[in-house]
Write a protein that binds this ligand. Structure first.
Ligand code: NAP
Ligand code: ZN
Length: 352
């Protein structure tokens, strides 16, 4: 074991603060990474503040962060994919059993023995896993990804969660040229959803509560922008969407969105608000619409997404911050005031 620098929360109401955590020394199949950038996902905030207590109660101290890019500093003797000095990335998962039907299909995110990057039982230490708000991390090579060399690292970090979480359902639901696709919420996930849906050739409509984001949405690839609080604007799109991806982090009117789907249209939730939704049965049954969810994506699909980003030169639009600004960044996330992802420059942790 060795000590790593990190930022952690001591309770649901404490700010994140500088700390030291124990990391394992790399085993034969591990890759040790010096973290260069880590994105801030709204899930980090939900988890730190224990907003998902019914499903995934938070264990404190909590070190969040699952949008990690960095440099390889050590590899185990059995590691063939990476060598010291390579750029490597880690997303939301660090382990799975590798033998269940989900793992065999490349859907590790649904493995019953999945280990998430933070706040999950850590079989190596006996404690919980600690995430990327840290100067280093040690991860089994199966869960370490390659970043195309043309991508800016600060903007590539958010691809590891915001990127794959939007890329995967767009593929699953067959978004292609000619489809009318709605993206709800222009935050970290939403802005990646707009970029990907546009790159796939769909007609993209962005739904936002923030009129000030309209020009950015058009620049990012939306064909139209709808202010979701304006009932007249919403009514113009009734019954017309093939697919809607909902990336909103807070309580909102899901029925107003379901009514925009055409017959057999699907609305997929990736946003995970604390409060359950009241869903109108009529909204679903009268047009055979469906409502579903999606969780990140498998490892092979994450690599496919990174390679797609390399080919199309896609990264997140980021505001780079030092780790000392993380608590301020959380407050700004709650006000939907981020353009469009915070990416922490981990060099700032050296002086912390
Ligand atoms: P974010 O950057 O904070 O963006 C959320 C966006 O939702 C805001 O920018 C805002 O967009 C909109 N919004 C916020 N409050 C709203 C309200 N009351 N009514 C309507 N719209 C509202 O968050 P994120 O990091 O993209 O994450 C979004 C959600 O996805 C979170 O719940 C997160 O936990 C979840 N998530 C899920 C997965 C998964 O695998 N399923 C993975 C990662 C994250 P506008 O200003 O445009 O309205
Ligand atoms: Zn995330």
């Amino acid at each position: 074991m060795y000590n790593a620098k990190a930022f952690s929360a001591a309770s649901a109401t404490s700010p994140l603060a500088s700390t030291q955590i124990a990391r394992r020394d790399p085993t034969d199949t591990d890759v040790q990474i010096e973290i260069v950038f880590c994105g801030i996902c709204h899930s980090d905030l939900h988890q730190v503040r224990n907003e998902w207590s019914g499903v995934m109660p938070t264990v404190y101290p909590c070190v969040p962060g699952h949008e990690i890019v960095g440099r390889v500093t050590k590899v185990g003797s059995g590691v063939k994919k990476f060598k010291v000095g390579d750029i490597a990335a880690v997303g939301c998962m660090v382990d799975s059993d590798g033998t269940c039907p989900n793992c065999k299909e490349g859907l590790e995110q649904f493995c019953p023995n999945l280990t998430l990057t933070y706040n999950f039982p850590d079989k190596h230490t006996g404690g919980v896993t600690y995430g990327g708000y840290s100067d280093s991390i040690v991860v089994d090579q199966r869960f370490v990804l390659k970043v195309p060399s043309n991508l800016d690292l600060a903007g590539a970090a958010p691809l590891l969660c915001a990127g794959i979480t939007t890329f995967s359902p767009l593929h699953h639901w067959g978004v292609t040229k000619g489809k009318k696709v709605g993206i709800v919420g222009l935050g970290g996930l939403g802005h990646m959803g707009v970029k990907f849906a546009h790159a796939l050739g769909a007609h993209v409509v962005l739904f936002t509560t923030s009129p000030g984001k309209k020009d950015d949405a058009l620049r990012l690839g939306a064909d139209e922008v709808v202010i979701s609080k304006n009932a007249d604007e919403m009514a113009k799109h009734a019954g017309s969407f093939d697919f809607i991806l909902d990336a909103v982090s807070a309580d909102h009117d899901i029925n107003a969105l379901l009514g925009l789907l055409r017959r057999d249209g699907n609305l997929t939730l990736v946003g995970a608000p604390e409060k359950p939704f009241p869903v109108s049965a009529f909204n679903l049954i009268f047009a055979r619409r469906s409502l579903s969810g999606s969780l990140i994506g498998g490892i092979a699909e994450t690599q496919e997404m990174l390679d797609f980003c390399g080919k199309h030169n896609i990264t997140a639009d980021v505001e780079v911050i030092p780790i000392q600004k993380v608590n301020e960044a959380y407050e700004r996330l709650l006000k939907a005031d981020v353009k469009y992802r915070f990416s922490i420059d981990m060099a700032s942790l050296k002086g912390a």
